[in-house]
Design a protein around this ligand. Sequence first.
Ligand SMILES: [Cu+2]
Length: 223
Amino acid sequence: MKKLIIMLALMALAVAHLPATWADMGHHHHMLMDGRGMVMNANSDKLPQDCQALSETVDITIHAGHQHALAFNGKMFAFDKQQWDVKPCAKINITFINDDHIRHQLMIHGLPGYLYPEGMFHLELYGAGELKASLIVPSQKKTYLVHCELPQHMEKGMKAQLKVGGGDGDLPSIPGISAPVKADHYAIDWQQSTWLILLVCIMAGLLLPFIAITFIKLKRKQP
Ligand SMILES: [Cu+2]
């Protein structure tokens, strides 16, 4: 009987602790999830330690999708802009819009870990849709990486940069902004047939004026 009471007491204790543990987990990771997507580590009110006050509040709308990559050769996905500039200690209200029907993320890296676990601000949409979330940046002049971490999305163009106070340089491989670390190489496969096609094209190019002249001469001779 004593054992049963102890067991029941332990079970009651465990059940009582469950919601607290869940709440704690949710709080620790600052995570919001629903059927459309998720927001991790949003921060609309906590000032970084090095900021006395907010310098400005900026609203930024960021589109993600295949159509935004059309401006860049060889790219598949992109954001509609590749760079944003804000003041040190700025609050940024982000509206993230996914124009595709596949998953895309908007991740900002290198933020202070005491406000953003793992230094990361993370928005994600599982398909077309819209999400809103805010963050506050520290005072340091720094360039932050903004990208989509899904396999190959960054390599295929979904990479941008957020400059605070002018930033500390450009990151590599930002479409339209900085040179790639490894440039795409479209090699020509020089086979016998390639040479033959090239030769035929050159011959045709050389012959064309003669054919045209002959044709004109023939036409003039006609009464
Ligand atoms: Cu993506």
